[in-house]
Ligand binder design. Sequence first.
Ligand code: PAF
Length: 283
Amino acid sequence: MITLQTIEALRQQVSQWRKEGYRIALVPTMGNLHTGHLQLVDRARQLADRVVVSIFVNPMQFGQGEDFDSYPRTLEEDSRKLEQHHTDLLFAPTVAEVYPRPQAEQTVVKVPGLSNILCGQTRPGHFAGVATVVCKLFNMVLPDVAVFGEKDFQQLLVIRRMVEDLQIPVEIVGMATVREADGLAMSSRNGYLTPEQRAKAPVIYRLLTETAEKLQAGERDYKSLEKLACGRLENAGLRPDYFQIRRARDLQVPENGEGELVMLAAAYLGGARLIDNKTVTIK
Ligand code: PAF
């Protein structure tokens, strides 16, 4: 595995691979890799001849008072894991490499509509930070395909919309959330939980599953279902940010009826803000 820190060296390597006719996949990450990330890498391996993984804790997607400084940085361990999963190139740039100018002067990619609801409401500017850095990474690597996890459901929709709107020639592949045995979605932020908090955390997925069952059984009072789930999160010792039932394609409030819905949840537990989601098809 080659490890590079500069855009120039990355471009040289990738253009060499292109000349050789290789198809290139990118897996963007912020590091502290767990099985969920490694499954994205394995999928990328199946989809392309050369796999590039980026590790970059992107300051632009963290708000004031959020966990940018404490976000776990475990490059050596990550690098070993990526080697074991046959990554060809690890791109680990510095902040100055990605953002040579001060943030106030940085060109921003905004995806309106999808970015200011749900997580975007609580974390203003977050999705502009995500869209900007992912757009930059696409321009740096010029991948044929990029793989993202569905745990960040809203993020995945923002990225798909950005690619569509800006006509970026890359295929976006989403992959199912990888869970611990008790249902908790794998996340680097699970590491912030104490053992006691960790034992409470699976309630989020339990509520998503129970609510899906109720929807499938014909319940359509979305507001009551959401309220009930928030109350149950509170009773379990979490502080819910939201529990919402939305249309899966655009995250708008569903009109009564059918189609593909998604339940999205975000809740604070100790020092962690946990998110999860589950799609359900209503016939
Ligand atoms: O999902 C993440 O880890 C990040 O939001 C991403 C897509 C790597 C952009 O920084």
